[in-house]
Design a protein around this ligand. Structure first.
Ligand code: XMP
Length: 516
């Protein structure tokens, strides 16, 4: 493994992903972790991430004591570079020449890290402080107009540092630099492949679960489907999957779980049709948070009953259901502070509040994976592409895309409009450019129109296509006008209740992605 030492902000995750894209396993560790603990993980190399602080301010995070004496190949990036330089006796200062964004750099071709790469490169910078003098024994291997010391190395000691961000795609040869360090300097081998991940997880699941039975709640989303498929691959029919159909999914999604998932995995699936129960519970509820509360509560109720049934059906002694599959991902693990066993139960469909006598031990086969890796594992396991590449969809489903009370008729109207929008966006090849595109039914609003040969008095829908990297911030997508025109024409022609299609052109912030 390669350890990525996290100096704060979001930089470490991107570095860890880039390392894995070189097919080398990476793990993020906090900068406060003692060196002995790091060494116990048996790393082949260390990468120090960027961070928001200034190395010389009080309380700024430091490189772990003794890190540079371990003999491990170490690569400092941005803040990590400055922390390394300062630790080893060089100087870092606020020179007054900050650089942000794409910057022209001269990178020494006699350097180990940049060998074989063009001398003149465009790199991504984001810094206010600069290294003004490298530590003794280091030579400078790169510079920009504003930063004379933009890269240094002491190859015989295995120490390298760069001021720019090789992990950012705008750095032309960033990934090449990463490969030089990982393969040529650290001697890592590209063994982190999807096939290996699947095999390793299968072994681990078998070791954890033994001959016991396992239950997995499927939501229709990517994570639970891939987690379930992995467990199925590992322990076969010791697994029972449970799918609660709450009637709030989009067109075709329930069928995907009931047919395609089962066909691809051979899993035993228990489908609970709880549509009536959810609709009854949602009757007259229009406040968004109240909707979420009702759905969460009903979900736990239904899932609990199903779990009891599975437990009761599981028969022979020693075979009780003991394990519950969770689709926890690596970013959740990192953000909740790491430690194993700290289940981070995110949203209601991950089954939060099961009662004491239904305690399960968690099986979390995706704990080490980033989302893009989860999708690749899903493909490796033969799950259908529509499932693996599904855009994010909220647990409470269409209920929070109907502004007003949720009824069966309104769900049908929204489902029809949503299906058209999805179909046309896919047809235009925009699936991977758009993060997600909620279609929102303004069920309590009516407007006048002319449809066919008469006056209509129907409802508007809102298209909300957004681009985003992580849903924390988002911008409205510039979908080509022709595509919007087709969607609008089709929806108003094919869905009788809708006589107006509008486009949401609000970024996040201030608007959230969903309307509720
Ligand atoms: P907002 O609307 O907060 O959405 O900008 C950010 C992301 O979260 C999704 N979302 C939810 N997911 N339960 C979920 O599982 C929820 O209650 C929920 N609300 C919003 C939303 O689709 C977007 O991807």
């Amino acid at each position: 493994t390669v350890l990525v030492v996290d100096f704060g902000a979001q930089y470490a995750q991107l570095i860890a992903r880039r390392v894995r894209e070189c097919h080398v396993h990476s793990e993020i560790v906090p900068s406060t972790m003692p060196v002995e603990e790091m060494l116990a993980k048996g790393p082949k190399a260390i990468i120090l991430s960027g961070g928001p602080a200034s190395v010389y301010t009080e309380g700024a995070p430091q490189a772990p004591r003794g890190l540079f004496e371990t003999g491990l190949p170490t690569f400092g990036i941005c803040y990590g570079f400055q922390a390394m330089v300062r630790d080893l006796g060089g100087t870092v200062a606020r020179t007054g020449s900050s650089e942000f964004g794409r910057t022209a750099a001269e990178l020494g071709t006699d350097s180990v890290l940049f060998s074989g790469l063009p001398a003149a490169q465009s790199v991504w910078m984001s810094h206010g402080d600069s290294v003004t003098e490298p530590p003794e024994g280091f030579h400078t291997t790169g510079s920009t107009a504003g930063t004379p010391v933009a890269a240094v190395e002491a190859p015989e000691r295995g120490l390298f540092g760069v001021q720019f961000h090789p992990e950012v795609l705008h750095t032309e040869h960033g990934q090449d630099v990463m490969r030089r360090f990982l393969y040529d300097v650290a001697g890592c081998r590209p063994t982190w492949t999807m096939l290996n991940i699947v095999e390793e997880q299968v072994e681990r699941i078998r070791a954890q679960v033994g001959g016991k039975r396992v239950i997995c709640g499927l939501s229709g989303g990517v994570d639970s489907a891939v987690a379930g498929a992995l467990v199925q691959r590992a322990v076969g029919d010791q697994l029972t999957c449970v799918f609660v159909d709450h009637g709030l999914l989009r067109s075709g999604e329930a069928e995907q779980v009931e047919k395609d998932f089962v066909a691809a995995t051979g899993a035993t699936l228990k489908v609970v049709d709880a549509q009536d129960q959810f609709l009854t519970a949602l009757a007259g509820v229009h406040d968004p948070e109240e909707k979420r509360g009702v759905i969460g509560r009903e979900f736990i109720r239904v899932f609990e009953r199903a779990a009891r049934e599975v437990v009761a059906e599981s028969g022979r002694a020693g075979e009780e259901v003991r394990y519950l599959v969770q689709g926890t991902l690596y970013p959740d693990v990192v953000e909740s502070g790491g430690g194993s066993g700290t289940a981070n139960i995110k949203s209601h469909h991950n089954v939060g509040g099961l009662p004491e006598d239904l305690r399960f031990t968690l099986v979390e086969p995706l704990r080490e994976l980033f989302k893009d890796e989860v999708r690749k594992v899903g493909e490796e396991l033969g799950l259908p592409a529509e499932m693996v590449w599904r855009q994010p969809f909220p647990g409470p489903g269409l209920a929070i895309r109907i502004i007003g009370d949720v009824t069966r008729e309104r769900l049908e109207v929204l489902r029809a409009a949503d299906a058209i929008a999805r179909e046309e966006l896919s047809r235009a090849g925009l699936d991977r450019d758009i993060w997600q595109c909620p279609v929102v039914l303004l069920a309590d609003v009516r407007s006048v129109g002319v449809q066919g040969d008469g006056r209509s008095y129907g409802h508007p829908v809102v298209l909300r296509p957004v681009s985003s990297e992580d849903a924390m911030t988002a911008d409205w997508s510039r979908v080509p006008h022709e595509v919007l025109a087709t969607i609008s024409n089709r929806i108003t022609n094919e869905v009788r209740e809708i006589n107006r299609v509008t486009l949401d052109v609000t970024s996040k912030p201030p608007g959230t992605i969903e309307w509720e």
